[in-house]
Design a protein around this ligand. Structure first.
Ligand code: PLP
Length: 432
């Protein structure tokens, strides 16, 4: 099969296929294979939907058994064994051990559906329309989520105003030097500030699409306290960096905070199946029956995968594994920076890392490096303002050997785009 069928009939809106121009056919573990049998190591992991890798046997067998057994596939939000097992597993293995008390709302199957539901319930409970989101934040493409997303390119696509959201400074770049919590406090305390009091603050503890920007633990603690002080709900969007990506199951655990509402999607189904949920404190569960509805609120296979994924995460000690692998990534990338250009910035934790090229060039340079990586058999994408951050997002289950293999490809690809000067440093060169 050639790519003509896509070029001829698929909408121009397609995007990842432009960075990875081949036709994929099958995948296993940390590798994805195209129709010609070429294998690529996957540092993209379905944009965070494949924390357990491709087709993990443990989950796959449970899905096959369920299908073979003619398990229910569509039940809207009726009670099913699959949903019951998922809720039980999430409660017993994740929420109870962390002393977290949440109601689980199953919503439409993608991340943006969870964000929409979270915004709606916050507005309903607090009786206020405004939301505080953050510069650099990414929360999805439907209008409510898009209103909370900073990216101008995406926002322009709305074709309509995106109201009731104020963007606050995230502790990054020039804003790192100012006390952003004090700024928010002053805005919220000053009756003449011009800001409508919000229902909630929506935050990513690590901005993923925003360029792998890790909020300091202390800042997150202060944000929690600020929400309490001003009677605002704290919504943590853990869609990309939850499910073990940063080490703990939830990304906010490192700060020891408890959000009022959590959104989860991407890897929550364990197997890359569409699924999204909202966790909300029981006292916030003011929904009326059917008030927020939808046909695909709960994909039954995703429930099976989700329960198996949680079992896998706990029984295989993935948290400890991630800590170990995190060090490997940090050390290797630090060595690359030292060798090639100390102005490159490294940010990350767990198994989400970003190499920021913004001080030394534009997104063209990152894109050249990524294209070289692809040629050498590594799938990896960019993120961040102007796309200047190389984003490493391997499956949590990747072996250390595979991880090193991918890091070596990154180093080799970068070297080919950087030219050794007379001194010790490299300077980037235009090669394509
Ligand atoms: C933090 C965050 N929230 C929400 C979304 C939207 O999820 P979806 O693309 O499944 O609608 C994303 C997607 O990348 C995300 O990273």
């Amino acid at each position: 099969m050639g790519t003509e069928i896509f070029h001829q009939y698929e909408s121009e809106v397609r995007s990842y296929c432009r960075a990875f121009p081949t036709i994929f056919k099958r995948a296993k573990g940390s590798f994805i294979e195209d129709e010609d049998g070429r294998r690529y190591l996957d540092f993209f992991a379905g944009a965070g939907a494949l924390n357990y890798g491709h087709n993990p046997d443990f989950i796959r067998e449970k899905l096959i058994d369920y299908l073979r057994d003619d398990g229910i596939m569509q039940a809207l939000d009726m009670f099913t064994v699959a949903k019951g097992e998922f809720i039980k597993t999430l409660q017993e293995k994740i929420l109870l051990p962390r002393k977290l008390d949440y109601r689980i709302q199953c919503c439409g199957p993608t991340g943006t559906n969870a964000v929409e539901a979270a915004l709606k319930i916050a507005r309903k409970v607090k009786g206020r329309a405004a939301i505080f989101a953050f510069q650099g934040g990414f929360h999805g493409m439907s209008l409510g989520s898009l209103a909370c997303t900073g990216n101008q390119y995406n926002r322009m696509s709305a074709g309509t105003p995106l109201p009731n959201v104020n963007f606050m400074p995230y502790p990054f770049g020039a804003m790192e030097k100012i006390d952003t919590i004090a700024y928010m406090d002053s805005v919220l305390s000053d009756p003449n500030s011009g800001f409508d009091k919000p229902a909630a603050v929506l935050v990513e503890t690590v901005q993923a699409e925003g360029g792998i920007v890790v909020a300091p633990e202390e800042w997150l603690k202060q944000l929690r306290a600020l929400c309490d002080k001003h009677d605002l709900l704290l919504i943590v969007d853990d869609i990309q960096v939850g499910c073990g990506r940063t080490g703990g199951f939830f990304s906010f655990e490192r700060a020891g905070i408890v959000p009022d509402v959590i959104t989860l999607s991407k890897s929550i189904s364990g197997y890359g199946l569409p699924m999204a949920i909202v966790l909300l404190k029981p006292e916030l569960d003011k929904w009326l029956p059917g008030e927020h509805s939808g046909t695909f609120r709960g994909h039954q296979l995703a429930f099976i995968g989700g329960a198996a994924g949680i079992e896998m995460w706990t029984s295989q000690g993935l948290q400890q594994q991630v800590e170990q692998k995190s060090l490997l990534v940090e050390n290797s990338l630090s060595n690359i920076i030292e060798e090639l250009d100390p102005r490159l910035q490294l940010r990350g934790l767990g198994l989400i890392w970003g190499l920021d090229f913004s001080v030394i060039g534009n997104s063209d340079l990152v894109e050249r490096v990524l294209a070289k990586c692809f040629d050498k058999g590594l799938l990896i994408e960019n993120a961040g303002r102007k796309g200047q951050v190389m984003k490493l997002l391997p499956p949590l289950t990747i072996s250390e050997n595979e991880l090193q293999q991918g890091l070596d490809i990154i180093r080799d690809s970068m070297k080919e785009c950087f030219l050794r000067t007379a001194g010790q440093s490299y300077k980037h060169v235009v090669t394509r």
